[in-house]
Design a protein around this ligand. Structure first.
Ligand SMILES: [Zn+2]
Ligand SMILES: [Zn+2]
Length: 338
């Protein structure tokens, strides 16, 4: 922060699909409103959703918004009536930013489906910035033994992957297929393997297949290969709708395919007998609840989850997004803020 309270942040430019999809902008350091805390950001993970936003695959809600919803940093100021955190606490800023707390979805423990929810980096500025504000009730306490750069990818990639794993309804010791192997998938695979699952990874990237085997996957093939065994469950992380029939056909009977992404290209026609009959199920995963986040952060400690991180200096935030767009990131890209 300079003396006049200005900072340089990375904002969506309105030039989707180009290497300049986000550009540096000068903004005032935000002030925490009632119930909010001001966070000095030290690291922020780069999520595929940031790309979907900057590339207008998700309809923009605020022009020139600052993306970044896997922020880790230190609380430096408190808004009115904040008691949950103190100045100096280390917190995580995640995708789910606000829910109404009153609708039937919120009241039944399904706040991820709240129709009046708001999201960091979509409805409000996120953490590709030296400072960000977050409602205290939606921030996470970060386990002390996790470095900032390891904690950052847990905040969306980790949480969504965990919710997708639960949604995929994997039986204990079951066979899980993972389609696409980016930040979220490589964390989910670690959880599933630590819990005793047999994991088969199907992805186009050669480096990603190598990482999958290093992390303990039983097999790693190309995205449209047949896995070596019928799958009890599968998770589709790649935003590719043409893999939906491929993954459904790889399921054993009664198997479940969970689609983890917020955006998916068109799904080709399904054949009822081949893809769905024998009680196969296809379901989506929409955002997460705060309970999912707390559970994932606990699991990360217990299971010693360690993301495979590619760090980028803050000045190269745009390059991190471009590398992700071009499939050049193995594991999770994390921007390190000075
Ligand atoms: Zn609600
Ligand atoms: Zn995300």
């Amino acid at each position: 922060m300079s003396l006049d309270g200005q900072m340089t942040a990375w904002a969506v430019s309105g030039r989707p699909g180009t290497a300049d999809r986000v550009v540096p902008v000068t903004r005032p350091v935000p002030e925490p409103g009632p119930g909010e805390v001001l966070v000095r950001v030290r690291a922020c993970g780069v999520c595929r959703t940031d790309l979907h936003l900057a590339d207008h695959e998700l309809a923009p809600k605020a022009a020139g918004v600052v993306p970044g919803h896997e922020g880790v940093g230190e609380v430096v100021a408190l808004g009115a009536s904040v008691t949950r955190f103190a100045v100096g606490d280390r917190v995580g800023v995640a995708w789910l930013r606000r829910t109404c707390g009153q609708c039937r979805w919120c009241r039944s423990g399904r706040e991820n489906l709240c129709l009046r929810s708001a999201y960091t980096g979509w409805d409000a500025d996120g953490c590709f910035a030296p400072y960000a504000v977050v409602p205290a009730a939606y921030a996470y306490r970060i386990p002390t033994d996790l470095p900032d750069t390891d904690a950052a990818p847990l905040l969306c990639a980790g949480i969504i992957g965990y919710r997708a794993l639960v949604a995929a309804d994997l039986p204990p010791g079951g066979r899980l297929g993972i389609y696409g192997f980016g930040a979220s998938a490589h964390l989910t695979a670690q959880i599933a393997i630590a819990q005793g699952a047999e994991v088969h990874v199907l992805t186009r990237g050669r480096d990603a297949r190598r990482l999958a085997l290093e992390l303990g996957a039983r097999s790693a093939g190309r995205a449209d290969d047949d896995p070596p065994v019928p799958l009890d469950s599968a998770i589709l992380f790649a935003p590719a709708g043409d893999l939906v029939p491929v993954a459904l056909a790889a399921l054993d009977q009664a198997g479940t395919l969970a689609v983890a992404g917020i955006h998916l290209s068109d799904i080709p026609p399904l054949d009822y007998q081949r893809h769905l009959f024998r009680e196969r199920r296809l379901r989506s995963v929409t955002a997460n609840t705060r309970a999912d986040g707390e559970t994932l952060l606990r699991l990360a400690q217990t299971l010693r989850l360690r993301p495979h991180v590619t760090p980028y200096p803050f000045a190269r935030t745009g390059d991190a997004l471009e590398d992700l767009a071009r499939g050049r990131v193995t594991g999770a890209a994390v921007v390190v803020v000075p």
